[in-house]
Write a protein that binds this ligand. Structure first.
Ligand code: TRP
Length: 330
């Protein structure tokens, strides 16, 4: 049978083109190639960092509309919200009981929090809640519940998937073969998408171009990219951020053409205009689609509800098997 692909998406605000090329696009391409894929919004994973109910709600709709606008086909991909699947949380509790505490002590996010506290002379666990501590076990439940074979994630999530594998093995050793042991599928680092200042694009650097930024904002951002004071007739450095940006959106012929102009000499104003127009040409249909979907919350609710129904069919089967294995059910 075809492999089962599953990945979780944390609802954290409006995505930028770094997220688009680094995560969304490759994940959608992967889903195209497989019959059984489960993509879900990991809303309970973000309870940890989200500050208000309003924020959770808004971000959930934003991220749902984002993936749908970027091309996720909910008839094909099972697209749901984690909190709509109660089986995840029952499984998580069961998994807690085969997970050694020491394994969680080694989780990068927890260790980083402890280290920061130590450096600041605070109690090692200051500000650490059990949501942070148990985060990898919830993630294991997400994955193991659907007999997942492949988990496409960025490098930063590798350890979490490895922990899910270990947890599956602990359970299988204790109760007999029950879970599929998943494999991580680490996205090859697509060329790092540079931000407006040339550093890696990241919300925390404040150098991001949002995928759905209104046209005038997009223009302002692209025109704000720093250039030098060379004359239009001077050759331009072909490693410049504006050309890198253009490469993400233009086809190879167009890239070759602009690269030649860089070598021959071209005014920066002209470069910015060409780059903006190309980026805008690609992003405009996405932006329009996003706005249309985002303004129809009932439709999003409906899609996620249907996804949850499909997901729960499989989730219930797995959970029944697990309940039998542990002796909770005949
Ligand atoms: N922790 C992941 C992240 O921060 C999101 C996530 C939650 C996830 N559950 C998952 C990813 C299961 C893959 C599989 O990006």
């Amino acid at each position: 049978m075809d492999e089962i692909i599953l990945t979780g998406i944390k609802p954290t605000g409006t995505p930028h083109i770094g997220n688009y090329f680094g995560a969304i696009k490759p994940a959608l391409e992967l889903a195209e190639k497989h019959e059984n894929s489960f993509y879900f919004i990991a809303d309970y994973h973000s309870l940890n960092t989200v500050k208000t109910a309003e924020e959770l709600k808004t971000h959930t709709y934003e991220v749902a509309a984002t993936w749908l606008a970027c091309g996720l086909n909910p008839d094909k991909v099972v697209f749901y919200k984690q909190s709509d699947i109660p089986e995840v949380f029952e499984l998580m509790w069961i998994l807690c009981n085969v997970t050694p505490k020491g394994l969680m002590n080694r989780a990068h996010a927890y260790k980083a929090a402890v280290q920061k506290n130590n450096e600041e002379g605070l109690d090692p666990d200051a500000g650490v809640n059990m949501g942070l501590y148990n985060y990898p076990i919830l993630m294991a439940a997400d994955i193991l519940l659907f007999n997942t074979n492949l988990v496409p994630v960025g490098q930063d999530q590798k350890q979490h998937v490895e922990m899910a594998k270990e947890i599956a093995r602990y359970f299988n050793n204790k109760y007999g073969e029950t879970f599929v042991v998943p494999k991580e599928y680490i996205r090859e680092s697509v060329k790092v998408v540079p931000g407006l200042d040339g550093r890696k694009m990241s919300k925390s650097y404040n150098n991001a171009i949002e995928i759905f930024a209104p046209q005038n904002e997009l223009k302002k951002k692209i025109f704000s990219i720093v250039t030098d004071s060379s004359l239009p007739s001077d050759p331009k450095p072909t490693d410049h951020m504006l050309l890198e940006l253009y490469k993400l959106f233009a086809d190879p012929c167009e890239v070759a053409e602009l690269t030649d102009k860089f070598k021959a000499g071209i005014g920066w104003g002209e470069v910015k205009k060409i780059a903006f127009e190309k980026v805008n040409e690609i992003l405009t249909p996405l932006r329009e689609k996003f706005n249309e979907i985002y303004s129809n919350k009932a439709m999003i609710d409906d899609i996620l509800k249907q996804g949850a129904e499909r997901a729960r069919k499989l989730a219930k089967d797995t959970l029944l098997k697990v309940r039998k294995a542990i002796g909770a059910q005949e």
